[in-house]
Design a binder for this molecule. Structure first.
Ligand code: NAD
Ligand code: UDP
Length: 329
């Protein structure tokens, strides 16, 4: 049981709370005075992300895989579902489990939310738009996803999870909210995550070749993690429930080549670029339309890439030094 909760603060369950985004969310919720239950299987999360929280009186860790039903004895007022591997190499490593995490796992957490009468926020993704034919992507665009390709376990799993949330909402069973997260970066990304920002920084800091898949002309829009966390908390708490998905991302759009040049210049690395094949179904362009987040939440990103990238590089540089001294867990 949680040791101490000071009313009127909430008890908030963060599934995936030991991951990159989830651990920053746990930090923010604890700082607001809430009690946090972090539920995680450590599939891709790390104990080091939450180690500073483990002695916090309002923090509790539950190790559990959400694809099987869970029992939580505490009162729960809100549930954030961030539990899902997020990088292509990780979510494709066990695609059936990824699909079950999104579908059965979200279903299990929605059942818990119904039972506890808790509000529920689902971390969906810009991947629901697939390789988009509309640009930038607005929430009313239905997407262009290959349901038989290697990304489908993630994209279609997240689409099914959205459908579950909106069904439970329409049935009046859960106060469900859905955020569509665009590429997010910052401290605590895993070096072996396989995503572009962590790959490039890690490679540059080790003077290894920077891997560019395809020509590097494909684009992404990069949101700093603190901006995302503010959007998640905003959407969970806004009244009334907008009952519509909300994009959260930074509209600043960069080619992968531009990002690589920025990383080389900020790190002073000797690295050269190497070109590798473009993965199947890799989206060519991605940029959020954030008009809904601006009007419904009053949210917009505060940290441009020119600020967030140096900050993230400094964090990785400290990791490199720390790892030289002790192995990471
Ligand atoms: P992450 O891999 O760092 O975090 C995911 C966390 O969920 C990890 O701690 C992992 O151990 C846990 N987890 C995975 N499967 C689980 C399961 N079956 N049961 C219990 N725990 C499980 O990824 P992240 O970047 O922090 O992403 C968090 C969420 O945001 C994910 O749902 C992801 O799909 C979504 N999202 C992230 C991004 C991004 O750019 N970071 C973009 C779009 C969507
Ligand atoms: N990418 C790349 N080199 C890498 C890792 C990724 O060129 O080492 C490309 C990838 O093909 C994609 C973009 O960078 O076009 C973003 O990839 P990431 O895996 O970060 O996110 P997602 O494709 O899920 O948006």
């Amino acid at each position: 049981m949680l040791k101490k909760v000071t009313p009127p603060c909430k008890t908030i369950l963060v599934a995936g709370g030991a991951g990159f985004v989830g651990s920053h969310l746990c930090d923010a919720l604890l700082a607001e005075g809430h009690a946090v239950i972090c539920l995680d299987s450590f599939l891709t999360g790390r104990r080091s992300n939450i180690r500073p929280l483990q002695n916090h009186p309002n923090f509790r860790l539950v190790e559990h895989d959400i694809s099987t039903p869970m029992q939580i004895e505490d009162r729960v007022d809100q549930i954030y579902n961030l539990a899902c591997p997020a990088s292509p190499p990780h979510y494709q490593a066990d695609p059936v489990h990824t699909m079950m995490t999104s579908v059965a796992g979200t279903g299990n957490l929605l059942d818990l939310a119904k039972h506890k009468k808790a509000s529920f926020l689902q971390a969906s993704t810009s991947e629901v738009y697939g390789d988009p034919e509309e640009h930038p992507q607005r929430e009313d665009y239905w997407g262009h996803v290959n349901c038989t390709g290697p990304r489908a376990c993630y994209d279609e799993g997240k689409r099914a999870a959205e459908a579950l949330c909106f069904d439970m909402l329409r049935l009046g069973e859960v106060d469900a909210r859905v955020v569509r997260i665009f590429n997010t970066y910052g401290p605590r990304m895993r070096a072996d995550d396989g995503r572009i920002v962590s790959n490039l920084i890690w490679q540059a800091l080790h003077n290894q070749p920077l891997t560019i898949y395809g020509t590097g002309s494909q684009t992404r829009s990069f949101c700093f993690v603190s901006d995302l966390v503010a959007g998640l908390i905003g959407l969970m708490n806004v009244q009334p429930n907008p009952k519509l998905p909300v994009n959260i991302g930074n509209p600043g759009e960069f080619t992968i080549s531009e990002l690589a040049q920025m990383v080389v210049s900020l790190t002073g690395s000797q690295s050269k670029l190497v070109y590798k094949p473009l993965p199947q179904d890799d989206p060519q362009r991605r940029q959020p339309d954030i008009a809904r987040a601006q009007s419904v939440l009053g949210w917009e990103p505060k940290v441009p890439l020119s600020e967030g990238l140096p900050h993230t590089i400094s964090w990785f540089a400290a990791e490199v030094s720390a790892q030289a001294r002790t192995p990471h867990t």
